[in-house]
Design a protein around this ligand. Sequence first.
Ligand code: AP5
Length: 186
Amino acid sequence: MRIVFLGPPGAGKGTQAQRLKDYLGIAHLSTGEMLRDAARAETKLGLEAARHMQAGELVPDEVVVGVVADRLADKDCARGCLFDGFPRTVPQAEALDRMLDRRDMPLDLVLALDVPVGRLVERLLDRGRMDDNRDTIEERFRQYERLTEPLLSYYGRRGILRKIDGEGTPDEVFDRVHQAIELAAS
Ligand code: AP5
């Protein structure tokens, strides 16, 4: 299966993708993690990405699409992939469609995690990652609303979008994710 996790910062994409990866035994592609790895390694791409991430901005589409294209060529992606934090713009979604079409691997499901913004800010401030300060969080939400939210209509029109209530414990949310997967597979 190929599954996209959509949702605002802190909605639980990474938490749920990790659980679903263990459950389905397929590859987990977190663009946030890949970009943070590149930043830690201080590669040219990583240093450019770090500037955008620290400001709460999205990393340019061509950079992120290049990173995903390289990762998709890895063997473990042939069995299936969970995309966590990608795509995040309509051009990225179009690029993903082209990459998957070329491999004859359709996207099966888009899971959109829904959590009220107030709860998300609390979660992120509690976590305290390098980009989890109030100013950066506000900018990340602005970018989400402007550039990522349009993907709800993009995938809604295709009939592969399922909204998941992201409130409750991680286990409760995973039960809902699990049900959506079972329904899609039946
Ligand atoms: P990324 O790492 O993807 O960050 P994000 O989307 O802002 O998401 P988060 O990791 O903050 O949250 P999440 O939804 O994964 O939630 P999590 O499970 O971690 O991206 C970082 C940056 O990289 C971006 O701002 C951008 O600059 C760049 N980037 C990445 N992808 C890009 C792309 N495609 N295009 C351009 N730029 C890109 O949970 C958050 C916290 O809440 C954790 O502490 C967790 O333990 C807790 N939590 C989770 N679930 C629950 C629950 N049910 N109850 C209570 N706490 C919970």
